[in-house]
Design a protein around this ligand. Structure first.
Ligand SMILES: [Mn+2]
Length: 331
């Protein structure tokens, strides 16, 4: 059955920031219980890779060390095109970063397929700086402004020849706690809905995500994309990431998030980004960090499967098994 197929795209680009190591993340994730979970839950994974066409591996190594601007852009275009191809073949797309700049490619690609796409961006940072406001000038901190075309010098929209930008009312943030002044200016000017990690602690993830999904899509009919940055969670459970910020989400929050989005019946894709295996102090820390992605995946897949089941009997069974209340808002 086609609904059992999951596309996984290895998107280990690290050029949106200055550290090396993120290129190894997709392979590391796929060699962990993350991959086993897909099989255990009865889904059929197809793996896609943007580097497969590099005939000369020495070149691809060189690329990661010192790419020039057009080599960089070419990689994002390759990723965009591979995402378009993969999305047309599978129901649920998973993009394994890489730093968060890969979401320019993955979300622009999904917007071509679903112009009505809604985005839930789970992150410690809003990633909405522009060239004009960014203190670091790192692309992974400007990816949302790129998706919205906020900067006069925005890059990807033109380069990909995209037809759709992301509307500022079609995204919500969850988990924010490290916001630059320029970013706050954009959030307020555009009236973008966001929930800090403290909002999550005060009100509970179930109520936050219910509110977020209703805000994004009052009719509960639009396709949903989850962009999940590992630094959204607390560094005590995920240390292998480039810009950790204390006071982050807990594993329980991640589970509830996955439950709600996977169980919405409208999830089409997600990014899992900013795992940097080289920043883990030891194997155990690396395992803990990957476990966050695996926990999210498992809650998504079990809820996703149940959301496809229409039988009233099975639905009541599923309810009695304790899938979160949030799913009931669909009725
Ligand atoms: Mn991010």
């Amino acid at each position: 059955m086609k609904s059992d197929s999951i596309g996984i795209l290895k998107a280990g680009l690290s050029t949106g920031q200055k550290l090396l190591g993120l290129e190894e993340a997709p392979e590391t994730i796929l060699n962990s219980p993350f991959y086993d979970a897909i099989i255990q839950y009865g889904f059929r994974p197809s793996i896609f890779d943007i580097t497969k066409n590099d005939s000369n591996s020495r070149f691809s190594n060189l690329f990661y060390r010192k790419p020039n601007r057009s080599q960089k852009l070419k990689k994002y275009l390759d990723l965009y095109k591979t995402a378009l191809e993969m999305n047309s073949q599978t129901d649920l797309s998973i993009y394994l970063g890489g730093d968060h700049s890969v979401s320019a490619s993955t979300i622009f690609a999904q917007l071509e397929r679903f112009p009505e796409l809604r985005v839930v961006w789970v992150d410690a940072h809003p990633d909405i700086n522009t060239k004009e406001t960014s203190p670091s000038q790192n692309l992974h901190g400007m990816v949302v402004s790129e998706l919205m075309g906020l900067s006069s010098s925005s890059i990807f929209f033109k380069y990909f020849e995209s037809s759709m930008k992301l509307d500022s009312s079609h995204i919500v943030y969850i988990g924010l706690r490290d916001i630059d002044p320029g970013e706050l200016m954009y959030l307020e000017k555009l009236g973008i809905r966001y929930y800090t990690s403290n909002d999550v602690f005060r009100n509970g993830m179930d109520s936050i995500i219910r509110d977020a999904i209703l805000y994004l899509d009052h009719e509960q009919s639009k396709p949903l994309h989850l962009s999940f940055d590992l630094d959204s969670v607390d560094p005590s459970i995920a240390s292998a990431t480039g810009i950790p910020v204390h006071g982050g989400l807990r594993l329980e929050d991640v589970k509830r998030l996955g439950d709600a989005i996977g169980g919405s019946g409208r999830m089409v894709s997600m990014d899992l980004v900013e795992l940097n295996p080289s920043l883990a102090s030891d194997q155990n820390e690396l395992k803990k960090s990957i476990h966050v992605f695996t926990t999210l995946l498992k809650s998504i897949l079990s809820a996703y499967r149940f959301s496809k089941i229409q039988s009233p009997f099975l639905r009541s069974t599923w309810r009695s098994q304790g899938v979160s209340d949030v799913l009931r808002i669909r009725d």
